[in-house]
Design a protein around this ligand. Structure first.
Ligand code: TRP
Length: 449
């Protein structure tokens, strides 16, 4: 089933970093803190971490199997593994979901560009908390600049994806990840030294179990899938580029740990600041954008730190959007036999239309709602709370029905080249625990149990 013309990541560390680059992004630094804030704090964190370990990790390993075995795109993989069956619908769900996610993600990625350029010209210098809020509100309610930044972001992603996986993704991730870590640790130290830091830490780490509702559990599950980039064959597509030296189990564990650590660091930065500056934890999507500049400008040379932080955040978002665009691109390229450039153009144009609608839903289209959600909120809801967990569920069911244990072991260990600890536990979780739990969460959410 090998197709040798496909790109292969250069090195083992390259595979890990590229996958981590996909996982670590706005999901950790933007979406995680505000979702945690809206869902009651520490209790959410607890369920989130359980979802990462019990659901996210098994689905990630399954995606690695699917991609690594077939070396094919999201639908092609299922056509090879289960010919003439409907399982390739998992792939179609994935392709659509990656476009939807990129659509709303590009808006926030655009915000990072606005903040990055604003700090470059020293714009945050000496601003009070109120002024920073006003600045955000003015920006997000204006029409032209958000549209410009959304478009720029999609265009840059397109250019990198056209230039190929190896050169683009691997290089960017190699330089970026360590730098991001350093600045996050520095910022958390600064945030912990704020006056009401302990209140923020209590909110983040001391669970109030009465806050746990069906919706909180669904939100935590959605956030876990979103943050780990699992459920929609994005990592399966990446795993199709891994070479045979790649240790799949180790990569999955490391990526999961890095991803969770970055989310935790983001929480440790945001919540002490939120409580110190009197910002409501339930502020929603703009939470990070009004909190972080306040932490940064208190540091000596605050503007320079803001500049570095928003640059890194934009780049972290970029390594995620690259992985998102890769899915529809390689699907179009392989299934319709087009060039990579044409494939990426078609996908990017579709995503651009979605991106424009999502950007405008913060101003001109703010009142146009479906199920009481703006277009932006609708795409976020449809992906994180439906398409990702359902994709994950069907991937598990597929593993249960179609994949022989011995074949799974052979692929996961590269035919005995690497060791896979707790293999039987993994199989049991993928086949039974994860799918049953996902079904229970959905039944619970819809009030059926
Ligand atoms: N995980 C990324 C983040 O946290 C976003 C992302 C990239 C994603 N690829 C994905 C989410 C695939 C779901 C599926 O920012």
């Amino acid at each position: 089933m090998k197709n040798n013309t496909r790109a292969i990541f250069n090195s083992r560390i390259g595979a890990i970093l590229a996958t981590a680059g996909s996982a670590v992004g706005l999901g950790n630094i933007w979406r995680f803190p505000y979702t945690l804030g809206e869902n009651g704090g520490a209790a959410f964190l607890l369920i989130y971490i359980l979802c990462v370990i019990i659901l996210g990790l098994p689905v990630m390993l399954s995606e690695f199997y699917i991609g690594h075995k077939t070396h094919s795109n999201a639908t092609g993989a299922f056509k090879l593994l289960a010919p003439k069956s409907n399982w390739s619908l998992i792939g179609y769900n994935g392709i659509l979901a990656t476009c939807f996610i990129f659509g709303f993600y590009s808006v926030i990625a655009g915000w990072t560009l606005e903040y990055f350029t604003h700090s470059m010209v020293g714009g945050f210098e000496g601003k009070s908390p109120l002024e920073l809020q006003i600045y955000f509100n003015n920006f997000s309610s204006s029409i032209f600049r958000p549209l410009l930044w959304t478009s720029v972001f999609i265009f840059i992603t397109h250019l990198i994806v056209v230039s190929g996986v190896k050169r683009g993704v691997e290089k960017a991730a190699k330089i970026l990840m360590p730098l991001l870590f350093v600045i996050l640790i520095m910022m958390s130290i600064q945030s912990l030294s704020l006056e009401n830091a302990s209140k923020g830490l209590l909110f983040l780490f001391k669970p109030d179990f009465s806050k746990i509702t069906a919706t909180v559990v669904l939100n935590a599950m959605g956030q876990a899938f979103f943050s780990l980039s699992v459920g929609i064959c994005c990592l399966a597509t990446f795993a199709s580029y891994f070479d045979n030296q790649t240790n799949l189990q180790q990569s999955a564990l490391q990526v999961t740990m890095i991803d969770t650590l970055v989310a935790l660091l983001a929480g440790i930065i945001i919540f002490p600041a939120v409580f110190s500056f009197g910002i409501a934890p339930t502020t929603g999507p703009k939470l990070v954008f009004i909190t972080i500049p306040q932490v940064l400008i208190q540091l000596p040379f605050g503007n320079i730190w803001a500049f570095i932080f928003f640059l890194l955040l934009a780049l972290a978002a970029l390594t995620s959007t690259i992985s998102l665009l890769e899915v529809p691109t390689v699907y179009i390229q392989e299934e319709f036999h087009t060039s990579r450039r044409t494939a990426s153009r078609i996908a990017s144009l579709f995503i651009w239309v979605l991106g424009i609608l999502c950007t405008l839903s913060f101003n001109v289209l703010a009142d146009i709602k479906l199920f009481d959600l703006t277009f932006f909120e609708l795409l976020d809801f449809a992906t994180a709370k439906l398409m990702l967990p359902l994709g994950g569920l069907f991937i598990c069911l597929f593993m249960n029905k179609h994949v022989k244990k011995e074949d799974l072991r052979a692929i996961m260990t590269n035919h005995g080249n690497t060791v896979f600890y707790f293999f039987n536990t993994f199989v049991f979780f993928v086949r039974w625990v994860a799918p049953i739990l996902i079904i229970l969460v959905f039944l619970n959410q819809f009030g059926l149990i």
